[in-house]
Design a protein around this ligand. Structure first.
Ligand code: NAP
Length: 462
């Protein structure tokens, strides 16, 4: 049975802040977690959260994207800063109140809101009205439904920060995208008023050398390529000119990743943006490593793992920094050209050839990003481990704004395709069962979405 919890947040500031706001009720329904390892409870008459900052806005929830953290946090008792807790990391809906008249976001806009700021319960998606930073809110183009919009956010932020900050990919050539590494490094200069959070400062400022940055033509291997984060990472990497090797259970996901789309039931003529350049089956991890090593050899310096410590450890074995029988992939040997007598005098001396190949420049390092775990111990010589500095998105407005604006453009132009919506459930009360399906491993290759019914939103005109 649903609880009747006393409102804990004052709604007065919301209604007082915008006299011209459309109908916003004083109370709402939310899903509360009262204790770890418990189901969530639908709770009526909970106060609509109040805006506390000029850059916050109120969004009326239409669809919620379910993330693994939504079941992992209660099951493993982490990421729960207070109880009762309001979870939910991404949603799509309509701007209900924005007090900033100069904002790019207007009341009534269809938006997606990304709530990486899990410590602030007002921003949890499991409620009918959600507070969001304007710089964490993205307008949805007409062709993207609320359901599709609700799947995009967390995966995009995780992927773009992994590529742009950890691996140094510069997106400025793609729809005027951000050069995130330069952006975060400029924020550490004395002229900037924005401080980088202390626990991610080293990663941002010295995680990767300028000379090591991933550039067009470089290879990136993604282990766990069925995930929504990987779906975003593959597209973003390819847009930036990188080549992608995807390691995945090909029995489950091979056809889709090879370019076969359910919506068209045919192989599309041009390769879809989420199609990797090399598809490797993950069933036998040793074999997968061998394939990566044989195919890419020392060309593989960048890895992104979305599954966990074991697969990140396998992926490390495939990177150029790992010892073993590995050599640069080469073209089939071809015999040297027969020197013509007239060329004899111009044949380069052996000394000058060996001089160029024994350059004293240090070898570039290999970089492994773990979204959900890294190999045990220190990286091997020549390797660097990275965690994704996710809080850049909500704690550093310059980064949040750059990413939200760019995502708006990418969705608008259709260059970024949202993840597959693998199912749509209805109402806050359906979320426990939906999370059980995720726990059981039934949801893969896309996001499960919960739609909030229009008639479940009780309206009171203020
Ligand atoms: N560090 C961060 O800031 C950050 C940010 C975002 C996400 N994450 C973490 O990164 C990982 C990927 O997130 P995501 O949202 O991209 O993943 P996702 O799309 O929800 O799914 C990832 C894949 O995991 C497999 N899977 C599904 N249910 C499972 C279960 N119960 N147990 C084990 N595997 C299961 C499926 O792959 P197959 O069908 O191939 O088995 C699925 O395609 C998650 O662990 C998430 O918590 C971390």
């Amino acid at each position: 049975m649903a609880d009747q919890t006393t409102p804990t947040l004052a709604a007065a500031a919301v209604s007082a802040s915008s006299p011209s706001s459309p109908a916003v009720p004083s109370s709402q329904r939310v899903l509360l977690l009262h204790a770890p390892k418990q189901p969530y409870h639908v709770t009526h008459d909970y106060a609509v959260p109040a805006l506390a900052h000029g850059r916050e806005l109120l969004v009326r929830t239409r669809a919620i994207g379910l993330n693994p953290i939504d079941w992992k946090a209660p099951d493993f008792n982490f990421g729960l800063p207070e109880l009762p807790y309001i979870a939910g990391r991404e949603l799509a809906g309509d701007v209900a109140i924005n007090t900033d008249a100069a904002s790019r976001l207007q009341t009534g806009d269809r938006v997606l809101a990304i709530s990486t700021d899990y410590r602030d319960l007002r921003k949890g998606a499991y409620q009918e009205y959600v507070v969001a930073w304007d710089y964490n809110t993205v307008r949805l183009p007409r062709h993207v439904s609320y359901e599709a919009g609700a799947t995009v956010g967390v995966a995009f932020v995780a992927a773009v920060l992994a590529l742009g900050v950890n691996l140094g990919v510069d997106f400025s050539g793609v729809e005027d995208g951000p050069d995130l590494l330069s952006l975060v490094r400029s924020l550490s200069s004395s002229s900037s008023s924005t401080a980088l959070p202390a626990d991610i400062r080293d990663e941002c400022l010295s995680g990767i050398a300028e000379t090591d940055r991933a550039r067009p033509g470089d290879w990136l291997a993604i282990w766990g390529a069925s995930s929504t984060s990987a779906h975003m990472a593959i597209q973003l990497a390819r847009l930036a000119g990188l080549r992608v090797a995807a390691v995945v259970d090909t029995a489950k996901h091979g056809l889709r990743l090879a370019g076969h789309t359910d919506s068209f039931q045919s192989f599309s003529s041009s390769s879809p943006s989420w199609q990797p350049d090399l598809l490797v089956d993950s069933h036998d991890p040793e074999r997968a490593v061998s394939i990566l090593r044989a195919s890419l050899g020392t060309k593989l310096r960048f890895g992104f793992d979305t599954r966990g410590r074991d697969t990140a450890t396998s992926l490390l074995q495939a990177l150029a920094c790992s010892p073993g029988e590995k050599k640069a992939p080469s073209n089939p040997p071809s015999p040297p050209a027969t020197p013509r007598t007239s060329d004899a005098g111009t044949t380069p001396a052996i000394e000058s050839l060996s001089l160029s190949s024994s350059s004293t420049a240090p070898s570039p390092l290999s970089h492994l990003v773990g979204l959900t775990g890294l190999p045990k111990g220190a990286p091997p010589p020549g390797g660097v481990f990275h965690n994704v500095p996710i809080k850049l998105f909500h704690e550093v407005p310059e980064v949040g704004e750059a990413l939200s604006l760019w995502l708006e453009k990418l969705l608008g132009s259709g260059r970024l395709v949202p993840p597959v919506v693998v199912g749509v459930d209805s109402g806050l009360e359906s979320i426990n069962a939906a999370l059980d399906r995720m726990r059981a491993g039934e949801i893969s290759g896309g996001r499960l979405v919960v739609r909030l019914e229009e008639n479940s939103l009780e309206e009171i005109t203020v």
